[in-house]
Design a protein around this ligand. Sequence first.
Ligand code: COA
Length: 171
Amino acid sequence: MKEPTKRIAIYPGTFDPITNGHLDIVRRASELFDEVIVALARNSQKSPVFSEPERLELVIRAIAEACPECTNIRADAFQGLLVDYAQTRGARAIVRGLRALSDFEYEFQMALMNRKLAEGITTVFLMPNERYTYLNSTIVRELARNGKDVGDFVPRAVSEALRDKFEPKFH
Ligand code: COA
């Protein structure tokens, strides 16, 4: 009998830095797919505060901290178009989080464009726990930059990295 195809999903983002909201989505995806690849975009339109190796390391440490039992989650970085990367990894799904109506327009446009580019790859939207609906990486960075504790919003590895990044400003 033919082996069933492994269901691989890509969860892409800038992750500057990864937050508990992202991790909530990753955990949900790991229950639905055989393998989830958290894929950090190298050529993000944004100008990240954390370098690519720093963001990748934080993604790896955050997953290990938040979900040690999730053995089907990997972390990687990619360049170029997301659908091309998804194809090289044999993924049939792209996972994105939908937090509020305000996310919809951008996500809708991106999902349809990705489908136009690669018909065989489907975007799947997951809703994070409602306690993360107001969270994004910009807010977390802003709080940390101003010396506030972000321990409720990010895993320990990330709050420590944020402290190291911004603390010198307070000396
Ligand atoms: N919890 C908390 N925050 C969340 C979240 C969740 N569940 N889901 C998204 N966010 C936040 C992020 O922190 C981020 O906040 P910020 O803007 O303050 O940094 C924002 O929502 C969205 O960012 P993210 O999910 O990281 O995605 P992105 O928009 O930065 O990344 C890519 C978009 C990388 C997926 C997209 O640009 C891409 O695919 N690039 C590759 C090139 C390509 O293929 N382009 C064609 C696309 S059609």
